[in-house]
Design a protein around this ligand. Structure first.
Ligand code: GLU
Length: 359
């Protein structure tokens, strides 16, 4: 069955004053239901827990950021799911909640468990609605935002397309509110021509912003999954993007033709939880970036940083200290230190578990 992922940002689900926009949520549920009728499975990645909680609680004493996020998300996530549940039920569809954390996706085993859960939901006709478990994922352990999470889910579930819904139509050649700014309709794989237009503005309700959307979209497109950034406030937007129609505005990141394996995709998205790094010499860096199926051997390693175990994710740095690749370590940090510089030692990262970054 055809399969897409749709990320819904907090700004889509709320009005300017922060109140919940139930009409909009209802329209989005209608659109997802229509896609389902057309034979397209949809995985939703929905923000809104914090916004729903903030909207329904009246807190007299001010809370610090972490406490507020925990409290609002604990209350808001149930309300968010209740709303989706009721609306899908009215349309004869079932949905279910998938809560996750960045840490739980950092081991291959738990990653595959999460994937299995969503596979069984889809094959049973249940729409997965994914969000980060904001009650326990805090500070450095949390996803940058749900855009990052949606990229992870899209690759995990091998979708045909990821649609990131926000409150703007996509990437413009200037500030969207300024006349003369034009929407960029398509971005070729690997192209960075749009980068200069990305504003550093943050979402007013959620944690995201256009910079992470752009980075995630560009990365996924290079991995073979097209990504659209579109305005969730527009009626019929999902149908238009899913069918490739240009009747409505949105920015499409076209996908590269050479998709990479599932394991490599997982590694590509795991850089954020690298437990250490190794520095390689110029020859090894050149070999890795050369485009061939090259594994990283201990002979090319000049330094080992951090305290990682076998199978942990590590970054690979060139002699200038710049990250050039991410890989799954074949041995722990102490063994790597002992073996670095040695010939004939077992490879430190096998090619199948090595993701070369675009630099
Ligand atoms: N998980 C957060 C929520 O549900 C949203 C994170 C984000 O803004 O990207 O409120």
């Amino acid at each position: 069955m055809d399969r897409i992922a749709v990320k819904i940002g907090s700004n889509v689900l709320t009005r300017k004053d922060g109140s919940i926009d139930f009409t909009r949520i209802s329209s989005l549920v209608d659109q997802v239901s229509d896609l389902r009728r057309k034979g397209i499975d949809v995985i939703l990645i929905s923000s809104g827990a914090v916004a729903f909680g903030r909207d329904s609680l009246d807190i007299a004493t001010p809370l610090d950021t972490v406490s507020a996020r925990q409290l609002f998300s604990a209350v808001g996530q149930t309300k968010l799911m209740h709303t989706y549940y009721q609306l899908f039920k009215e349309r004869g569809l079932e949905c279910g909640q998938v809560l996750t954390t960045k840490e739980s996706l950092s081991t291959r085993h738990q990653y595959l468990n999460q994937k299995h859960c969503m596979e069984v939901m889809l094959s049973s006709g249940v729409i997965p609605i994914v969000n980060e478990n904001d009650t326990i994922s805090l500070t450095e352990l949390m996803f940058t935002d749900n855009d990052e999470l949606s990229g992870m889910v899209a690759t995990m579930m091998d979708v045909r397309l990821l649609i990131i819904l926000s409150d703007v139509d996509g990437i413009f050649t200037g500030d969207p509110s300024v006349p003369g700014s034009e929407l960029i309709r398509e971005i070729a794989p690997g192209s960075d021509s749009a980068e200069k237009y990305i504003l550093n503005t943050k979402s007013s309700r959620g944690r995201g912003g256009m910079r992470t959307k752009y980075a995630i979209a560009r990365k996924l497109a290079l991995e073979g999954i097209p990504v659209a950034i579109a305005c969730g406030k527009r009626d019929c937007i999902l149908e238009a993007v899913a069918s490739g129609s240009d009747a409505l505005p949105y920015t499409l990141f076209r996908a590269a033709e050479k998709p990479i394996s599932g394991v490599k995709m997982w590694i590509a998205h795991s850089g954020g939880f690298a437990k250490g790094s190794v520095t390689v010499n110029a020859g090894a860096a050149e070999a890795l970036l050369g485009g061939g199926a090259t594994s990283l051997l201990p002979v090319g390693i000049t330094a080992v940083e951090g305290d990682f175990e076998k199978d942990d994710i590590v970054r690979i740095l060139n002699p200038e200290g710049r990250s050039i690749a991410i890989g799954k370590a074949n041995c722990d940090a102490d063994t790597a230190r002992r073996q670095m510089g040695r010939r004939n030692a077992k490879e430190f990262v096998h090619y199948d578990y090595l993701y070369i970054e675009q630099i």
